[in-house]
Structures are given as C-alpha cells and as structure tokens.
Design a binder for this molecule. Structure first.
Ligand code: SAH
Ligand code: SF4
Ligand code: F3S
Length: 449
C-alpha cells in the first residue's frame, strides 16, 4: 500500500482546523501522504461548517464541483466531515436540496466525534461499499459523548503557532446556534494531558499556543477549572504566548481575569461575544447575561488589564429585533469601542429554538443593520489603532508579508497584525516594533534599534 494521497479542505471555525489536524494524523498513520494538489488525490475530505446557511451553501457548491471530478475519475473517494456531516448525515446520499443547488455526492459522511473510524471507512468506500455514514449517537439523545481525541497527537505543520483543543461541545443552547446539535455536550480533557502536549510543543520550538473550545472558559476536568489550566499552561514556557478562544460572558470569572492579568505570557486579548445590546434580544437568545452585566465585565477586565484588546461577535436581525433594539446594539458598540468585531446577519438554523420563532426581520433590513455596524466598527477599530502610533509593541513574526518579500508580518500579543521591514528577522522572532502608521485592520512600523 503506497502513495495513497489525501487532500483535505477545511471550512468553519478553529475547532475544525484543529480537527483536520487530528484527521491528518489518523490518516497519515494509515499510510496516506498529504497533498495540496487535488488532482492527484485518491481521497478528498471536506471538513464542513453549519453555523450559517451561507457557510453550508459554500460547501454545497464545492461538493458540486467534486461531482464533475468523480465523473472523470470514479475511483476517487469523497468524504464529508464536520458539522454538516453531523447535521445532515445520510441526507447527503439523497438529492439534498439547499436554497441554491442540488447535490448528490459523497461516498462517506463522518461527524466530528467519529474520526477514529475514518481509515476503516475510507477503505470500505474504496471497495465500493455504499452509504457509509457515521454520526455520534449522543448528539441527539443528549447523552454526554466521551470523545476528546485526547491521545491523538494532531499533525501540525506550521511549527510556530498551535491549536490545542481542551474541551469539545457546548451546553449553552443559545437559541440561534446549531453547535450543540453538531458537536454534542461539553466534555473536557484531563489537565495533565493538555500540559504534556504544551510541553512537547515548547520542546519543538512552538512560540504560541491557543487553547480551544466552543465555550472554553467552562473547561473543567473535575479538579481544575479554566483559570487553573491557563496558569499552569503559562508556567510551562514563559517564552511561549498563551491564547484562548472562545469565551462566554456568563463564564468569565474574576479568577480568570486575575490570571490573565498576572501571567505576562498570557496574551492581553479577549474575544467575548456580546451578540446584541438589547436585553430583550439577549433573553430571547438565551445568552444568560444582561447588557449591564456585560458592561460591568468589560469594566472589570479593563481595570485589571489596562492594555487589553477586546473583540466581539454581533448578530443583526435576530427574530423580533426592532430598530430600537438595533440602536441599543449600536450604543453598546460605541460605548465599549471594541478593537474588532465579527458581525453576521441572523440565519435561521433547523432544530434550534429560534427556528420556531418567525424570522420576521427582512433580509434587506438585516443587511442594512449589518452594514451600519460594520461601518461603525471599522471607524472605531481605526481610531483605536491610531492611539498606537509612536508606541512600541512586541511582535511575533509569522511570515513574509503578502505585499512584498522585503516585509514581514506578525502579531502583537493583543492580536493585531503588524507589517515591518524584513531587516534580517525570521519566523518565530519576537521583535519590538515602533508603530508609524495604521489602518482599521493593520499596524505598520519599524523595529526599534
Ligand atoms: N462558541 C463560540 C462560537 C459560536 S459560532 C461562541 O459561543 O462564541 C461564532 C459566532 O457565529 C457566534 O458568536 C454568533 O455571533 C454567530 N452565529 C452563530 N449562529 C448564528 C446564526 N444562526 N446566525 C448568524 N450568526 C450566528
Ligand atoms: Fe453556540 Fe452559544 Fe454554544 Fe457558542 S455558547 S457554541 S453561540 S450555543
Ligand atoms: Fe461551524 Fe461547527 Fe465550528 S458549525 S463554527 S464548524 S463548531
């Protein structure tokens, strides 16, 4: 068995990126080589996202392209992984109709908790077996799944920055969100095993680790909470940056804030999705906090960590959102002045609670509200960045800038992108840079010598 080639394409959140590394690890152990050239692949895997309809539409369109490929080379095995695989499962074998296209494709469908079976299932598909689908039985039954892939070392290729999954699943059931239905209930890896993984990464020369979970600050292995995990992770190698994502405002404890403030290699960056500035909408979303709680939390964080950078997620046009509710979101954004925001128009997802509330804000109105907040946020991001001109920031060099090979790109600990002249620096260097100019997304400067 030689020269079997695997091509994998990943959509969605960092959890999917990390899961693809688990899949690559399992498949290379089974004798596969990775390829970036889809034309030479024996197996094509697509790791998918269901979070919004347009995320699914993109994958569906891509799978349609593979259909032509399969006509030319029927030997190729096409597999769908990830959240769409869990959500739609055997529907992929039917003529699956979405708003934009019809699809009948995929030789196998494997949900996020079933990747250990992949090598075996791929082989079955290669022998012509039809209708291969693996879905976690726990997701719909509400049982707690056990899979954490704790013992699998992900196949990482970048050598600099690593994703480390510390918990999987989500118990929050925000009423708009499909994640609890695709990823099942929360489960955490044992602390010692995570620390060992980080120690190994440090030995391999990694300079940055991001602890990952759908609701990462509700991490608990029975003995240790997320603040304990962060502190112990930071102690392993003080030359290594520690980040985390995504945290939920209802689980942002004082102990965690104190830990971020106290440990200098824990990055001064917090992504804290607010979703809306209207209490009525937050209640309907089942977010379990009010705007006043959120504002107090931000105040506490800024007091404890003065140089902190904060980003958020906002949804426009959730069912029943009025112009007045929307104005409250605008006010919240203007009051807090986030460094950045990921903003989305509400997209109804089957099985969620909000699915049964009428999607009564027109698409036009959702998009109008969305472009208004995008414009406001861009201006705030730019103004926040302007205050950095003349200041020195520490940058971890990540690679060559897209614009010019004479320039490098890197990130501050506050997660801002920086462009600087190459000046003999290399990937993995920490460089003190004096900021000279900015736009809303990037800082430009020169190393301070
Ligand atoms: N677990 C993370 C990420 C969830 S998905 C968290 O709790 O923050 C990332 C973001 O996508 C969410 O924060 C939300 O803003 C957005 N999102 C999720 N479901 C959505 C939907 N149905 N429509 C529009 N945006 C959605
Ligand atoms: Fe979805 Fe809410 Fe869980 Fe985040 S916390 S994954 S938005 S249900
Ligand atoms: Fe998407 Fe699944 Fe992540 S729905 S956001 S890939 S958890």
């Amino acid at each position: 068995m030689q020269d079997k080639k695997l091509y994998i394409e990943t959509y969605g959140c960092q959890m999917n990126v990390a899961d693809s590394e688990v899949v690559m690890s399992l498949m290379t152990k089974d004798g596969y080589q990775l390829t970036e050239d889809i034309d030479e692949a024996d197996v094509i895997l697509v790791n998918t996202c269901s979070v919004r309809e347009n995320a699914e539409d993109r994958v569906t369109a891509r799978l349609n392209e593979f259909k032509t490929r399969k006509k030319e080379n029927p030997e190729v095995v096409v597999g769908v992984l990830g959240c769409m695989a869990e959500r739609l499962n055997t529907k992929f074998f039917e003529t699956h109709t979405t708003r934009k296209s019809k699809v009948k494709i995929a030789d196998l469908i494997v949900g996020p908790d079933e990747y250990r079976k992949l090598p075996e299932l791929v082989e079955k598909a290669q022998h012509g077996e039809q209708g291969i689908a693996a879905q976690s039985s726990c997701v719909y039954s509400g049982e707690i799944g056990v899979e954490t892939y704790d013992d699998i070392i992900p196949l990482r290729t970048n050598g600099l920055s690593a994703w480390v999954t510390v918990m999987r699943g989500c118990n929050n059931f925000c009423t708009f969100c499909v994640v609890p239905f695709t990823r099942g209930r929360e489960r955490s890896r044992p602390l010692q095993s995570i620390l060992k993984e980080i120690k190994d990464l440090s030995k391999q020369g990694y300079k940055e680790v991001t602890l990952l979970g759908q609701n990462v600050n509700s991490y608990s292995d029975g003995n240790y909470d997320f603040a304990d995990l962060m502190k112990k992770s930071a102690e392993i190698d003080r030359g290594m940056r520690i980040r985390f994502t995504t945290s939920h405002p209802a689980d942002m404890s004082d102990k965690l804030i104190r830990t971020i403030a106290a440990e200098h290699n824990i990055c001064n960056y917090i992504h804290l999705p607010a979703q809306s500035g209207s209490d009525k909408i937050l209640t309907l979303m089942n977010r379990k906090y009010t705007t006043s709680h959120y504002l107090k939390l931000i105040e506490k964080i800024r007091k404890a960590i003065p140089s902190v950078s904060l980003t958020t997620d906002i949804i426009t046009g959730f069912p029943t959102e009025t112009e007045a509710d929307h104005r409250m979101t605008v006010e919240l954004m203007k009051q807090i002045r986030f460094d950045g925001a990921f903003m989305f128009a509400y997209s109804p997802r089957e099985n969620t609670k909000a699915w049964s509330i009428a999607d009564d804000v027109s698409q036009e109105e959702k998009l109008k509200r969305l472009s208004e907040i995008i414009e406001i946020q861009n201006k705030i991001s730019y103004e926040n960045n302007l205050t950095l001109i003349g200041k020195n920031v520490e940058v971890l060099i990540e690679g060559t800038s897209k614009r010019s090979e004479h320039q490098l790109k890197g990130k501050t600990d506050t997660n801002k992108k920086v462009i600087l002249p190459r000046n003999g620096f290399k990937v993995g260097d920490f460089v003190t840079v004096k900021i000279e100019s900015v736009n809303s997304a990037t800082l430009f400067g020169t190393d301070k010598n």
